[in-house]
Ligand binder design. Structure first.
Ligand code: PBE
Length: 304
């Protein structure tokens, strides 16, 4: 009798070791029954996001609500820097990762093998533009500054060139922007066409702290200063950018991502600023993964 029990115990413990090994194995590789990688489990049902106040963070919270297959998912929000460093580590180790991504940014220049996931519910919208907004009355108070800001426009590639160079060289975006203005005088001339000298007139621009808007604000600052204006760039939270233009605390901003990313802030202040239209077209936001992940759509992710 004793012997039999002992034997059973032995068999059970061997079995336990096998079960553990089997579980451990599938955990590590996150493979499903069909042997395919379960990316959702591998990323721990977590999207790596950026600052909580960003438009793309609001959109991602909407995505978690609207996509049934994202039930049980979380978004980890900290900072753009933290997200970029997690992305770098994942790509180095060829591990799956789902991030909130956008253009213009240097992420696609540094890691060209990445893709936006299709978004059949269009939570992240389609093509975005970056618009310039002026405080009410700027056109009357300072028609030349108003005209300069209104005439400022450039391309995704221009902005990304500055962002990428600052990232690669470690130089401050402000300095790279000054250099860009010196190297692209033909562009500056087009923005300044028909504008009288500023004669020291002071202009304050509100910017968000993201590199994209630090690039545009500092380019316009350098270009307007060549033209005799005194320009201050104030970096504030995106909600405050809209509020400060609407209250007239600052003269203008170049940082409005529309129609979707900043729609909440835009609509809340809409009657109290003038929308001067796009200064850049072809921007985009969405969920982004490395190419080596064999999925194409947000709907390919699995609920937890
Ligand atoms: N971004 C970059 C911002 C705007 C600039 C896409 C991270 C956002 O509000 O989401």
């Amino acid at each position: 009798m004793m012997k039999k029990v002992k034997g059973l115990g032995f068999i059970l413990s061997i079995l336990a070791v096998f079960l553990l090994a089997a579980c451990g194995g599938s955990d590590d590789e996150s493979t499903g029954e069909d042997g395919e990688t379960n990316y959702s489990e591998a990323v721990d049902y977590t999207i790596i996001g950026i600052e909580p106040g960003a438009g793309i963070s609001v959109a991602t919270e909407n995505a978690l609500e609207e996509y049934e297959n994202l039930d049980g998912w979380d978004v980890e929000m900290s900072s753009t820097g933290a997200m970029m460093s997690e992305l770098g580590t994942a790509i180095e180790n060829e591990e799956p990762i789902v991030i909130t991504g956008w253009n213009p940014h240097w992420m696609f220049a540094l890691y060209p093998d990445m893709k936006y996931l299709e978004d059949p519910q269009e939570i992240y919208g389609g093509e975005e533009t970056l618009n310039s907004l002026a405080r009410l009355g700027l056109g009357d108070d300072n028609p030349d500054a108003y005209q300069f800001i209104d005439q400022f426009e450039w391309e995704v590639e221009d902005m990304e060139e500055i962002m990428y160079e600052a990232e690669e060289t470690g130089e401050d975006i402000e300095d790279v922007a000054v250099q860009w203005v010196e190297d692209n005088q033909d562009r500056v001339d087009a923005w300044a066409e028909g504008v009288n000298e500023g004669n020291g007139a002071e202009i304050e621009l509100a910017s968000t702290p993201w590199d994209s808007e630090r690039a545009s604000s500092n380019v316009v600052k350098a270009a307007m200063e060549q033209h005799g204006f005194e320009v201050t760039v104030t970096e504030v939270d995106v909600a405050v950018v809209f509020e400060s233009v609407a209250s007239g605390d600052v003269d203008a901003t170049l940082a409005a991502w529309l129609p979707l990313t900043h729609s909440e802030f835009y609509e809340a202040n809409q009657d109290n600023f003038e929308d001067l239209g796009p200064n850049l077209e072809g921007a985009k936001i969405g969920l982004v993964v490395p190419e080596y992940m064999d999925i194409d759509s947000i709907e390919d992710l699995e609920a937890n």
